[in-house]
Design a protein around this ligand. Structure first.
Ligand code: NAP
Length: 303
């Protein structure tokens, strides 16, 4: 199947291009980006021009930041293309629900991808937790925004979600592996005094579940989830790629490189089945944090 990549920036080049190149299902047929391109691939700078020129490219994968994404997704669906959305799937919940209704009405696939859910140890963790009693769980997601979003001011603009841009990855795992749903009861959000979105967040949920997100961590990065159950402790490390039970590694691999190939394999299955997968549960928690959160003002942040 032919796919076009839209928004040739950091994640398109780091992950989407190699995942498509290695896939037996996909051929990268075009790119659409105002500045970026992929060597050897037909490049468009205007999305409408691409839709007109390439009617045979039936799938569009949107790698733009969340705020501009809706207009592209809507135009793609209206032009009869299946759509794959980077995480977070949109700037608001309502806009994604609108896209889901549009896709359903047109018989097209819409896939709200959550790459961290495809981390190698997530399914084994979910299976191990099924049927167990969770006493408490804690997420520690601490990374360096300068490393993962170099110079990307959009993350600190309204709709950029700040530290929830990576934090939503943890929430996508949490909402998938916990045997029972939880909801937020309190949140503390730290906003740099010169920015519109939080750089750190501490979250409390029902069921003794908590999370600590921070974008100011230099040196080693931490993407861990620990869960205490009636039959011992579980820990997910490296963003869900390594599973420890009782302190021993039992599944996974110390690499994040399996996630995007798995997303593209899933998209191929969805398109073949003419099915959609739209899950907003991780984004509901982010919206709740921004609704409930106590706001603290912290030091200004500059890239
Ligand atoms: P990025 O490099 O800043 O943006 C991707 C591209 O989108 C840009 O190069 C730009 O291409 C285009 N773009 C930016 N603003 C636009 C606008 N207002 N209108 C139209 N096009 C615009 O961002 P990224 O890091 O790749 O992140 C994109 C998405 O992937 C985000 O949702 C992010 O959460 C997700 N993601 C990022 C990472 C990561 O490590 N950075 C990891 C996983 C997922 P042109 O200027 O060429 O049009």
């Amino acid at each position: 199947m032919q796919v076009a990549l839209v928004g040739i920036g950091k994640i398109a080049l780091d992950q989407h291009v190699p995942a498509i190149a290695a896939s037996p299902d996909w051929e990268l047929a075009a790119t659409v980006s105002r500045h970026g391109a992929v060597p050897g691939i037909p490049a468009f700078t205007d999305f409408a021009a691409f839709l007109d020129a390439c009617p045979g490219v039936s799938v569009v994968s949107l790698c733009l930041p969340p705020v501009p994404r809706f207009a592209y997704a809507e135009a793609a669906l209206q032009a009869g293309r299946h759509v794959m959305l980077e995480k977070p799937p949109g700037a608001t919940l309502a806009e994604v629900q609108e896209l889901a209704a549009l896709a359903a009405g047109m018989g097209l696939t819409l896939y709200t991808t959550w790459h961290s859910r495809m981390a190698r140890a997530v399914e084994p963790a979910r299976a191990w937790l099924a049927g167990r009693r969770v006493h408490r769980a804690h997420v520690t997601w601490r990374e360096d925004v300068r490393k993962w979003h170099p110079g990307q001011d959009w993350v600190f603009e309204p709709g950029g979600m700040g530290v929830f841009d990576p934090g939503i990855n943890a929430l996508s795992i949490l909402t998938h592996i916990l045997p029972r749903p939880v909801h937020m009861t309190a949140a503390t959000l730290e906003f740099p005094e010169n920015r519109q979105t939080p750089i750190a967040a501490r979250l409390a949920f029902t069921g003794q579940v908590s999370a600590d997100f921070d974008w100011r961590q230099e040196g080693p990065q931490t993407w861990d989830i620990s869960v205490e159950t009636d039959r011992g402790p579980l820990a997910l490390r490296l963003g869900g790629n390594v599973l420890e039970i009782d302190g021993r590694v039992v599944a996974g691999e110390r690499s994040i490189m399996g996630e995007y190939p798995a997303l593209y394999a899933r998209m191929a299955d969805l398109v073949r089945a003419r099915a959609s997968e739209v899950d907003l549960a991780p984004m509901v928690h982010v919206a709740d944090a921004l609704t409930l959160g106590r706001r603290l003002v912290t030091a200004p942040f500059h890239f």
